[in-house]
Design a protein around this ligand. Structure first.
Ligand code: PHE
Length: 356
């Protein structure tokens, strides 16, 4: 029995993992283990022998079980210590900074325009970027043979073969939204429509897609004077300084009379400063809505009249934020976006306030 004891105590002591330990348990005290077999022999002994051997064998079994349990706990502790060492982590190390995205200048200026015109009672209207040629041209008094159609460098959509209807177009301006919102809301109305427009043109100041904001105000007694006031209010709020405007007689098929509007500016060392000096910069087209356009929108021109204007959002973004090349707006160059982009919590800057 002493040999048996020494053998198992040594083996248990040397066991390196739980699987070995389990094998040893089966060998020693399992059902057919060495010690269990010895206990079975008790039945063949005389009562006297049994009285001595019984307790001894029980004690041996208890000792082996205790050694197994102690070794098992020891192995678990060692494993835990290994894990703790391997999974150690320095929570005092500084974190890795994460870049956050920026608001694109077009989005920023879009919001600024919306906020300033909202203050003057203009609601935001929207229309599709793929337009029928009726909304983009005919309803705006630009018939099929009119040179304005050719001048606009229009992108035409395909029609299915055999479909003889006039092709749809990528809208060349936001003016079709005038018609759509007159149809939808009638008169009086006061809306702006910021949105994407498309023309086949590409150089430092032209990209095939760009942004305009259309304005439309219809009531019974709206005049060019209201147009001029609204635009001067807008530019002064937008540029944060009093900005004079200059109206030059012009021609658009959808307005009569028509005016191109310049804002006061000064060129200094190759960059432009708005609101001072005596240079002028063209920023928009405008005029009194043509009676035919009112009629196309379902509004009676004998009762209602009003003004409309269309302005380049990208263009006024370039002017306010000193961005030299329009094409870079749409290159998605991260360095450009980080440089000219705005933090997401920058509220639209409407400095100067309105003069009312
Ligand atoms: N639609 C014109 C353009 O794209 C601008 C404009 C709008 C002119 C409304 C007059 C009235 O150039």
């Amino acid at each position: 029995m002493d040999d048996l004891r020494d053998k198992y105590i040594d083996l248990i002591g040397a066991a390196g993992d739980e699987a070995t330990l389990e094998d040893l348990r089966v060998q020693a005290v399992g059902k057919k283990g060495e010690i269990s077999l010895k206990m079975r022999e008790l039945g063949k002994m005389s009562p006297e022998e049994r009285q001595i051997m019984g307790p001894k064998l029980n004690a041996l079994k208890d000792e082996i079980n205790a050694a197994l349990a102690a070794k098992k706990a020891g192995l678990a502790d060692a494993a835990l210590n290994e894990r703790l060492k391997a999974e150690w982590l320095d929570v005092t190390l500084p974190g890795r900074g994460r870049r956050s995205g920026t608001i694109h200048p077009v989005s920023q200026v879009w919001e600024e325009c919306t906020a300033i015109f909202a203050d003057m009672g203009f609601a935001v209207a929207e229309g599709p970027q793929i337009e029928t040629d009726w909304y983009n041209f005919d309803a705006l008094n630009i018939p099929g043979h009119h040179p304005a159609r050719a001048e606009m460098d229009t992108f035409y959509m395909h029609r299915a073969e055999g479909d003889e209807r006039a092709p749809n177009v990528l809208r060349t301006h936001t003016s079709p939204v005038q018609i759509r919102s007159m149809e939808a809301g009638g008169a009086p109305t006061r809306i702006i429509c910021p949105g994407r427009v498309y023309r086949a043109d590409y150089d430092q100041t032209h990209t095939p897609m760009f942004h305009q904001v259309e304005g439309l105000a219809i009531d019974k007694d709206i005049s060019m004077a209201n147009l001029k006031w609204v635009l001067e209010e807008f530019f002064s709020a937008y540029f944060g300084t009093a900005v004079k405007t200059r109206f030059r007689a012009s021609h658009f098929p959808f307005t009569e009379p028509s005016a191109e509007v310049d804002i006061q500016c000064q060129w200094k060392d190759g960059s432009v400063k708005v609101g001072e000096g005596d240079d002028w910069l063209e920023v928009l087209g405008s005029g009194m809505v043509h009676p035919k356009v009112l009629r196309a929108g379902g509004i009676d021109p004998d009762v209602w009249q009003g003004f409309a204007f269309g302005m380049g959002i990208d263009r006024i973004a370039m002017l306010k934020y000193g961005i030299p090349d329009l094409r870079a707006f749409f290159d998605s160059d991260l360095r450009w976006l980080r440089n000219y982009g705005f933090a997401s919590l920058d509220v639209p800057t409407i400095r100067g306030g309105l003069s009312r």
